[in-house]
Design a protein around this ligand. Structure first.
Ligand code: PLP
Length: 429
C-alpha cells in the first residue's frame, strides 16, 4: 500500500483527489480500497473493515446494493451520456419534488459544491442582494464564497480561508455562530437590506456532528422572514438521511432553497438544488440566473440516484432501523468511556454520530475545537488496526447504513473498548 501511495504522490497533489482522504489529520498513510460490499470495505491487501465513512454519506443502503448495481448496468448498455433530455431525469425530479417538502422544481448538477454555488447565485438573483450569512464550522463545498472564515471580531470583515480566494469574495460572506441566534440578528442589523440569504447545514456534520438546539432553526426561519432574506438548507448530508424529506421534514422547518448531494446520487457524482416554483423559474432558460452543465442529469448517475431514492421511499422503516443502530453504537461508546473515566462527548441524530475527545458539550465550532485531535488520531489508527474504518479526521461524521448489522455494531463496540483500554494503559488519559 505504501508503494501505491508513493506512486500516487508523484502524480497527484498529496496522492489524493480530495484532501481528507490523505489521512493527514491522523498522521498516517491512507489505505487504498479495492472493493466494498454491504457494510464492509476491503483494501488492496484484502484486509476487511467495517465502514463508517460510507463514501462520506452516499452509501446509505450499503455498498454494492444489488438493485442499484442492476439498474446502473442496464443504463450503461444504453449509452453513457447524450447531452439531451431523458425520461430518467423527469422521474428523478418527480421523485424529489414528491418527497421533499416545499420544493416544486429541481435542477440536477454534478456535486454538492456545484449545488451550493448555484443556490447562492439563485438567492442573489431572486433577492437582488449580495451578502450571504454562513455559520462558523459549517462546510458548503469549495466555491470561493464559502471558503471564508470569520474576521477577528464578530462583526468585522471576513477573511479568505484558502489561497486564491479574493477579498472581494470574502467580503460578501458574513460569519455567524452555530446555535447562536443573536449572532445572526447582529449581522442582519449591521447589514440592513443587504442579506440575500442565510445558508446552514440544518445538522452541522462537518465540524463533527453538531445538533441544532431546540427552536434554533425555527428562529432562523423567522429572522429570514423578518428581513426578506432566503433560508438555504444545505442538505447535502441531511437530505434523505434524517428522513426521506430531509431536515425540513425532520424538524418541521421550511427552507426556501435546498441543496442536495451525496445520497442523491447513490454513489455517483450528483448534486441538486430545488425551491418553490417562483424562485426556480428564475433559472435559465426560463429566467436570468445562468447555470448549466454538460453532464448534469447524466443517465447512469440518474439510474443510481433514482433507484436509491425510490428504495428509501418504499422502505421508510430503514430510517428507524439505522437510527436505532446508531443509537446502540452511540450509547455503547459513551458507556465504555464512562466506565474508563475517559471524557468524551458523543453527538448523535438519526444515523449520524460523532465521538469528540473532549469533556465539553459540543454545540458549536468553538466547543468542537476543544477536542483533542491527537487522541482522536490515536483512536482512529488503533480502530483501523482492529478492522474499523472511521473518518480519518476528528471533525467528520460517522455514517450508519442499512447494511450495518447488530453484529457490526457489537464488534465495533468491542474494538472501541479494547482500544480505549490500551490508550488508557499507555497513559493517553
Ligand atoms: C460534502 C458537502 C458539500 C460538498 O459536496 P461535494 O459533492 O463534495 O462537492 C457541501 N455541503 C455539505 C453540507 C457537505 O457535507
Amino acid at each position: 500500500m505504501s508503494e501505491l501511495f508513493e506512486r500516487a504522490k508523484k502524480v497527484m497533489p498529496g496522492g489524493v483527489n480530495s484532501p481528507v482522504r490523505s489521512f493527514k489529520a491522523v498522521g498516517t498513510e491512507p489505505i487504498f480500497i479495492k472493493r466494498a460490499d454491504g457494510s464492509k470495505i476491503y483494501d488492496v491487501d484484502d484486509n476487511e473493515y467495517i465502514d463508517y465513512v460510507c463514501s462520506w454519506g452516499p452509501m446509505i443502503l450499503g455498498h454494492n446494493y444489488p438493485l442499484i448495481e442492476k439498474e446502473v448496468s442496464k443504463a450503461v448498455k444504453g449509452g453513457l451520456s447524450f447531452g439531451a433530455p431523458t425520461e430518467k431525469e423527469v422521474i428523478m425530479a418527480e421523485l424529489i419534488t414528491s418527497v421533499v417538502p416545499n420544493i416544486d422544481m429541481v435542477r440536477m448538477v454534478n456535486s454538492g459544491t456545484e449545488a451550493v454555488m448555484s443556490a447562492l447565485r439563485l438567492a442573489r438573483g431572486f433577492t437582488k442582494k449580495d451578502k450571504i450569512i454562513k455559520f462558523n464550522g459549517c462546510y458548503h463545498g469549495h466555491a470561493d464564497s464559502m471558503l471564508v472564515r470569520a474576521g477577528s471580531g464578530a462583526l468585522t470583515l471576513s477573511n479568505p480561508d484558502s489561497l486564491g480566494v479574493t477579498n472581494e469574495h470574502a467580503k460578501n460572506t458574513l460569519i455567524a455562530d452555530y446555535n447562536d441566534i443573536d449572532s445572526v440578528l447582529q449581522l442582519f442589523k449591521a447589514n440592513k437590506n443587504e442579506i440575500a440569504a442565510v445558508i446552514i447545514e440544518p445538522v452541522a456534520a462537518n465540524m463533527g456532528v453538531v445538533l441544532p438546539e431546540k427552536d434554533f432553526l425555527h428562529k432562523l426561519r423567522k429572522l429570514c422572514d423578518d428581513h426578506n432574506a432566503l433560508l438555504i438548507f444545505d442538505e447535502v448530508i441531511t437530505g434523505f438521511r434524517l428522513s426521506i424529506g430531509g431536515a425540513q421534514e425532520f424538524f418541521d422547518v421550511k427552507a426556501d432553497i435546498v441543496t442536495f448531494g451525496k445520497i442523491i446520487g447513490g454513489g455517483m457524482p450528483v448534486g441538486a438544488y430545488g425551491a418553490r416554483r417562483e424562485i426556480m423559474e428564475l433559472i435559465a432558460p426560463l429566467g436570468g440566473v445562468y447555470q448549466a452543465g454538460t453532464l448534469s442529469g447524466n443517465p447512469i448517475a440518474m439510474a443510481a440516484g433514482v433507484t436509491q431514492l425510490s428504495t428509501l421511499q418504499e422502505n421508510k422503516e430503514i430510517y428507524q432501523k439505522i437510527s436505532m443502530l446508531a443509537e446502540k453504537l452511540a450509547d455503547g461508546l459513551k458507556k465504555t468511556a464512562m466506565e474508563l473515566k475517559i471524557p468524551i462527548c458523543v453527538n448523535k441524530i438519526g444515523s449520524l454520530l460523532c465521538v469528540f475527545f473532549t469533556g465539553e458539550t459540543v454545540k458549536d465550532f468553538k466547543t468542537a475545537k476543544t477536542s483533542n485531535t491527537e487522541l482522536y488520531a490515536r483512536y482512529f489508527n488503533l480502530m483501523l488496526k482492529n478492522g474499523i474504518y472511521l473518518a480519518p479526521a476528528q471533525f467528520e461524521a460517522m455514517f450508519v447504513s442499512n447494511a450495518h448489522s447488530e453484529e457490526d455494531i457489537n464488534k465495533t463496540l468491542e474494538a472501541s473498548q479494547k482500544v480505549l483500554i490500551d490508550m488508557k494503559n499507555e497513559g493517553a488519559f
